[in-house]
Design a protein around this ligand. Sequence first.
Ligand code: Y12
Ligand code: CO
Length: 178
Amino acid sequence: MAKILPIVTYPDKRLKAVSKDVTAFDTELHNFLDDMYETMIQTNGIGLAAIQVDKAINALIICLPNDDEEGTQDKANLLEIINPKITHSEGSCVYQEGCLSVPKFYEDVERFEKISIEYVDRHGKACQLDASELLSIAIQHEIDHLLGKLFIEKLSYGRRKKFEKEYKRYQKEQKAKK
Ligand code: Y12
Ligand code: CO
């Protein structure tokens, strides 16, 4: 049975690690990807990188919500993206992003509007994907995790300062609850 893994949260230094390419496409990887999916769904996420559950490998998953009112997530729409490379990017857009590793905070971030990527699936099969809209943003956000980067690093100086102040208050509240 798949497990819910603990999520590493900011400012934990483990989030700064640059992940390494996956070389073994075995049962251990498949079980880990299943655990990532369970963790993402149980925590209301739509994207998760392996480093967020303390494994520095180039693996990320995305499951966008349906267009219905509940925003349900179908496992049929799950994308497992391993060893991704951005091969093309164009345009720019701004979207209010959130991250399971930075709970409670949402900030406007500028990204490419459209990207193309090459990656492999859980069996090591080569794949190609052209992404736009929310999918493009989610992939860019997750690829940044693989490079040890968080969306808050893209904020202006002023917005980052404000974020750090509010996040400290949030951390204090969480500590007091324990
Ligand atoms: C667009 C922008 C960013 C992404 C990356 C994936 N981000 C997430 O999946 C964020 C999830 C998230 C979920 C939260 O809900 C709970 O934890 C219950 C959340 O709220 C709290 O922390 C309270 C924050 C973020 C994809 C597409
Ligand atoms: Co994130």
